[in-house]
Design a protein around this ligand. Structure first.
Ligand SMILES: [Fe+2]
Ligand SMILES: [Fe+2]
Length: 129
């Protein structure tokens, strides 16, 4: 799956919007890889990094204010993904990003939303009440 679908909804509109945008930039990165548009690929990766950074920060702030107990582990996952994007950005200076790499990033995101993000949903909902 390389696009956001309602099955990935957390029920928090802001976070869903972030997820949708991250998928959009992953799709742009994929088309850059397929079409071998090096410069656009570098640009898409930068956008992806920025959206991801802002999204993770927003998500972590919401989890913190909701008293989510697994915040530390969740943050570790976020940090690992950000490191991965940073490493990829350095690599992208010397070689094009492959479609396999984009697929790995997309798989990570899908898994993260369905397994890790979904775990905070009940806590955020409780807080909203
Ligand atoms: Fe997350
Ligand atoms: Fe997320």
């Amino acid at each position: 799956m390389n696009e956001w679908t309602p099955a990935l909804s957390t029920g928090v509109p802001l976070l869903d919007e972030h997820h949708r945008r991250i998928f959009q930039w992953l799709a742009e990165l994929e088309s850059a890889a397929v079409e071998e548009r090096t410069l656009f690929g570098v640009y898409a990766l930068v956008r992806l990094k920025h959206y991801t950074r802002d999204h993770f920060a927003a998500e972590e702030a919401l989890m913190k204010s909701a008293g989510y107990p697994d915040l530390a582990a969740h943050k570790t996952e976020h940090a690992a993904f950000r490191t991965r994007l940073g490493d990829l950005q350095i690599k992208s200076m010397g070689q094009d990003i492959s479609t396999e790499t984009v697929k790995l990033l997309t798989d990570w995101l899908t898994h993260h939303i369905t397994r890790v993000d979904m775990a905070y949903v009940p806590y955020l909902k409780k807080k909203q009440k």
